[in-house]
Design a protein. Structure first.
Length: 318
């Protein structure tokens, strides 16, 4: 009888432990486009980091720069019963309603750099300040290499997003102030790597004397550097320059390898973004206090400090 009782007790204890075992946290990430190298870098690391640090499940969906697709993907995530949503909105205004729907369903919402109002917390960057830093690096390089000469430059900006338009205008105004003799010859929409390649090819065909390219995304920077290193011979690299925003690994390697990429605006890096966003989502689900807005750290990265920045941002790189 004692043996039977002991077996029953073990069964009850085992069942009870299983019944009350903590379910893994489920997180979904809706990104505006994985063709952007920075977004791809962030999404990939999110999955690994969430699992390894928290035992959480994280899935992501690529809206491919289509706001309607993004809304449908988020609605599917809500129906699936995730615990938290991390959103990188294509159009913040279009997502306010579905974000509110998620919060009404008890899902925690984290905004990634788009100032979404219906969010519990957000990781934001000062996009105007990024544009100022981008233009400052380019202007410093132009003055050092060409002085007061008229130099042609072009902007690869994000024209499909309202914040991208504001950022573009800030960049143009800063360049006009710092290097008034520099001549802007083109502004081409660019977000993804493919668009960066295509826009640069179009640019150099129409304006073969363009010496400086400013890109408002990693896709612009990586794409422009790729085309220019093929368009030019190595001895000409010093006469041309690409500056861009995000400081992904590919951008920094372009600087390290003395290619046409001469600088990048660092904002923490995709790996650090992933970790901060996952930490915020998990903390919110657990009911812990989280700052409403966490600001991305901004820095200029050029040949002078790229080795230190690369080691800091990509410590696991070979």
């Amino acid at each position: 009888m004692k043996k039977v009782f002991a077996l029953m007790l073990c069964f009850i204890m085992a069942f009870g432990c299983a019944a009350f075992a903590e379910e893994p946290i489920r997180i979904a990430y809706s990104t505006n486009g994985l063709s952007n190298p920075q977004m791809a870098e962030t999404a990939d690391h999110m999955v690994t980091y969430a699992q390894e640090k928290y035992g959480a499940t994280l899935v992501f969906a690529d809206a491919d720069s289509d706001a309607n697709t993004q809304i449908m993907q988020i609605e599917n995530f809500i129906q699936s019963g995730v615990d938290a949503l991390i959103l990188s909105p294509i159009d913040p205004h279009a997502l306010e309603e579905v974000a509110a729907e998620a919060r009404d369903a008890g899902i925690k919402v984290v905004d990634f750099n788009r100032n979404l109002e219906n969010a519990d917390a957000g990781l934001n960057g000062d996009l105007n300040q990024m544009a100022v830093l981008l233009a400052e690096m380019a202007a410093e390089w132009i003055i050092e290499h060409y002085g007061d000469e008229e130099v042609e430059w072009a902007l690869l900006d994000i024209q499909t997003m309202e914040v991208g338009i504001w950022q573009s205008e800030t960049c143009k105004a800063t360049m006009a102030e710092l290097v008034p003799n520099a001549k802007m010859v083109a502004a081409l929409h660019t977000l993804t790597l493919e668009e960066g390649v295509s826009a640069t090819e179009t640019l150099m065909q129409a304006h073969p004397n363009c010496r400086v390219i400013l890109g408002c995304s990693a896709g612009a920077g990586v794409g422009a550097n790729k085309v220019m290193t093929q368009y030019l011979i190595p001895d000409e690299y010093d006469d041309y320059a690409v500056f861009s925003i995000d400081a992904t690994e590919e951008e920094l390697l372009g600087i390290i390898n003395d290619e046409v990429q001469k600088g990048a605006v660092g904002n923490g890096g995709g790996i650090r973004h992933a970790e901060i966003l996952v930490d915020m989502a998990v903390s919110l689900v657990k009911g812990e206090e989280v700052d409403r807005i966490v600001w991305l750290p901004l820095e200029k990265i050029t040949a002078e400090n790229v080795d230190e920045a690369y080691a800091r941002l990509y410590p696991d790189a070979e």
